[in-house]
Design a protein around this ligand. Structure first.
Ligand code: FE
Length: 285
């Protein structure tokens, strides 16, 4: 086993999104294409409803898949395919924007604080204009693998110790794990060769390379080196929770403006022209 090292550590940047939601942008436009196939990771979390109730009213997407993981709280959703519903604590919503979807995502007032993550995964050129899809995965469908007493892993996508996660036919192969380690303990985990891998720490702190030279704290994202076939995480004490995400890079040109990510500027121009002309949506309920 050859362990990957830390290539860089990304710090979340406070960002205002939607109609006025305060969130942390862990990475986005400025980091692209370093984290290919991943485009963006937002961490929204607050116990103050004023930070999130404005929500993300109706807006378009094209050319990407989004994975929204609500750890606590709830988000109401509606889209141009006719889907409506509420994503609750522990649920995952996975949406393929493909040729175009218009949706809204509205966090609701809840007893518990809102905490969740939205990841954008780029679509390959050949699937950019595919029909849009929408999938809701409930908390019950997401298995937890107890790797050891101190290491509990929720498998959202990918397979861990023979247990597959429910998010299976994404257009780009990704692994998405929600890991909880209580220290002192360590965990080794294989990463597919060639995959870009990252770990976003959202609670506690841990060491994310074998050298153990850097203590990575919460709201920090480790971008692992490209070499090596595994990662090692060591938690000295307390609880450390993090997302471990890896995926196969597309290595295709990225043309990105706002909620639309294509391969060329012409395609971007077409997307915005269609949106203004009312011809953006190709698939209706
Ligand atoms: Fe959206």
């Amino acid at each position: 086993m050859t362990f990957r090292t830390i290539q860089s550590i990304l710090a979340g940047v406070p960002t205002m999104e939607g109609a006025g939601v305060r969130l942390q942008r862990i990475f986005g436009y400025h980091e692209s294409p370093r984290l290919d196939p991943f485009l963006l990771l937002d961490h929204f979390g607050s116990s103050n409803p004023d930070d999130y109730l404005a929500g993300f009213p109706w807006h378009p997407h094209r050319g990407i898949e989004t994975v929204t993981y609500v750890r606590s709280g709830s988000i109401e959703h509606g889209d141009s395919l006719g889907n409506t519903g509420v994503i609750n604590s522990g649920d995952v919503q996975w949406m393929t924007a493909g040729s175009g979807i218009i949706h809204q995502e509205m966090p609701q007032r809840a007893a518990e604080p809102l905490q969740g993550f939205q990841l954008w995964v780029n679509l390959p050129r050949a699937q950019k204009m595919m029909p849009p899809r929408y999938n809701e995965i409930t908390q019950r469908q997401i298995p937890t693998v107890a790797v050891a007493d101190a290491v509990q892993v929720k498998v959202i996508s990918g397979t861990l110790d023979g247990t597959p996660g429910p998010m299976q036919d994404l257009m780009v192969a990704i692994e998405y794990l929600d890991v909880e380690i209580s220290g002192p303990s360590d965990w080794n985990h294989p990463i597919t060769a060639g995959f870009n891998a990252l770990a976003y720490v959202y609670e506690g702190e841990g060491l994310f390379d074998v050298a153990g030279s850097t203590l990575v704290q919460s709201s920090r994202c480790v971008h692992f080196s490209a070499d090596g076939d595994a990662v090692q995480v060591k938690v000295l004490d307390g609880l450390c929770r993090f997302l471990l995400i890896s995926g196969k890079p597309l290595q295709e040109p990225v043309a990105w403006r706002g909620p639309i990510v294509m391969n060329t500027h012409e395609e971007l121009h077409t997307a915005f022209a269609e949106f203004h002309a009312g011809t953006f949506i190709k698939h209706k309920p």
